[in-house]
Design a protein around this ligand. Structure first.
Ligand code: BES
Ligand code: MN
Length: 456
């Protein structure tokens, strides 16, 4: 083990440079004109897996971006861990808010800045390199390892979801646990294992008023303005205490357990520090719950974008024909995204006035995840990160979503270890995304220690 850690230390700068190469491929899954980048990026990952000593390395075709697979099954009698990550990244807009070009990784103040530096190239690279270090020093790993790195996580993992339902594919991915680094640590320097993720229900409302944009003087007052009506609808989705007003919405929401409340209490979360970091006077959320309860165990509703009318500089007097809004809800156990989509659609249609046409679309969704803590792999994850960071690990739930996690759990019947290495302040999905070099380094050690711990 010392040899492996020593090797990781010696090679840290090389690994950082290789991460920069990984980052330089602009693999934005949401944008159609990046198809070639997606392929190039998948090839880069498969090259990395081969170099790390993985066997049976291949790109697996899907209806969308390829999956990258590789394995090393040389430890008979030992458990098999499936390492999952994603090589696709979020779009970079608004570009002018970046201090450095998003695909030219820049190291500054102990952090590497770039789109994907954290989510998820940096975090998943850690495992590839830890495996590589093992193979190059010991010539073997203490457990069997399979890698599955996909290219559509940021757009809902639809094709991987289909892939997982096939019997042959389940055989290929058969494992005893799934290891993922794509979540956040509780705080700087605090090793963290997450046991929950929120689900998601993502909807779009489109309102149409008159059949064309109109002069707001000649027509204003005679016909409804779809932007005004949309604003009224959005205002009726939540009350001013943060409670969502969709009928039946809370029906399947699981209560926060006593043990969980105690865990939250022990974490000593500071609302003040949090508000200060976000530069807001006060926090806001559903009344009657603490901030961590609201982030981890309560559902939310947010307008993600709203479009309509004149949005250029200056003024134009127009009564627009259309207005639309993208609205997403984060879900918790035992809410079901399809049921929530139906509840949302029914309610929104019921409150829309007769004088506009309404269309409600279900864009995508994902199930919430909740894992038992007593699993052997989860405990190995806690022990490994504790060793790497030199501190006891804490257990958290996440506000974010990784919909495929529930499918791994269900289809492969394997527990999932969420070994997050990011921080909530790392600006993922946002300009100036970054990853702390300290977390990159200790992530490498965490991964190496995990294999050792898990083989015991
Ligand atoms: N890595 C994130 C999920 C995440 C973010 C976990 C923050 C914990 C903290 C992941 O890549 C992501 O962004 N997921 C999307 C899923 C959606 C596109 C279905 C999300 O949560 O918005
Ligand atoms: Mn993401």
């Amino acid at each position: 083990m010392d040899k492996v850690i020593g090797y990781l230390k010696e090679n840290f700068d090389n690994y950082l440079n290789e991460l920069k190469e990984f980052i330089a491929i602009p693999s934005i899954s949401a944008l159609a004109d990046h198809k070639k980048d997606m392929r190039d990026c998948a090839k880069f990952v498969s090259g990395q897996l081969k170099n790390a000593g993985m066997k049976n390395v291949k790109l697996i075709k899907t209806a969308g971006n390829p999956l990258v697979y590789g394995e090393w099954m040389g430890a008979p009698g030992k458990p098999t861990v499936l390492i999952y990550g994603h090589y696709d990244v979020q779009p970079v807009d608004p570009l002018d808010l970046w201090d450095n070009p998003p695909f030219e990784a820049t190291v500054k103040d102990g952090k590497i800045y770039a789109r994907g530096a954290n989510d998820n190239k940096g975090q998943c690279f850690v495992h590839i390199k830890a495996v590589e270090a093992y193979m190059k020093t010991e010539g073997k790993l203490p457990v069997n390892v399979k890698f599955l790195i996909e290219g559509e996580e940021e757009v809902g993992s639809g094709n991987l979801d289909k892939f997982l339902k096939d019997k042959e594919n389940k055989k290929l991915l058969k494992c005893d646990s799934v290891l993922i680094s794509d979540t956040s640590m509780y705080d700087e320097g605090v090793p963290t294992i997450s046991y929950g993720l929120r689900g998601l229900c993502y909807m779009e409302i489109e309102l149409t008023g008159p059949n064309r944009d109109l002069h707001s003087g000649s027509f204003g007052g005679s016909v409804a303005n779809p932007i005004n009506e949309l604003a009224k609808i959005i205002a009726k989705l939540q009350n001013d205490k943060g409670k969502i007003l969709i009928p039946e919405f809370y029906k399947n929401v699981r209560k926060v357990t006593k043990a969980e409340k105690e865990n939250i209490k022990s974490l000593k979360f500071s609302d003040k520090k949090y508000a200060k970091e976000l530069d807001v006077k006060e926090l806001f959320g559903e009344a009657g719950y603490s901030t961590l309860e609201r982030l981890w165990a309560r559902p939310t509703l947010d307008c993600n974008g709203i479009v309509g009318g004149f949005i250029e500089k200056g003024a134009k007097t127009v009564l627009p024909s259309k207005a639309s809004a993208k609205i997403s809800m984060r879900l918790v156990p035992d809410q079901d995204p399809k049921t929530v989509a139906k509840q949302f659609t029914k309610y929104v249609k019921s409150i829309a006035p007769k004088y506009v046409k309404i269309e409600v679309k279900d864009l995508h969704g994902g199930n919430p995840f909740y894992a038992p803590l007593d699993d052997r792999a989860v405990q190995a994850g806690a022990a490994a990160t504790a060793k790497a960071f030199g501190k006891k690990a804490v257990f958290t739930r996440e506000g974010g979503s990784i919909p495929i996690v529930v499918e791994f759990n269900k289809q492969l019947k394997a527990p999932v270890v969420l070994m997050g290495l990011g921080l909530d302040t790392d600006n993922i999905h946002s300009p100036n995304e970054h990853f702390r070099l300290e977390n990159f380094e200790k992530g490498l050690y965490s991964s190496a220690y995990f294999f050792e711990e898990y083989s015991k």
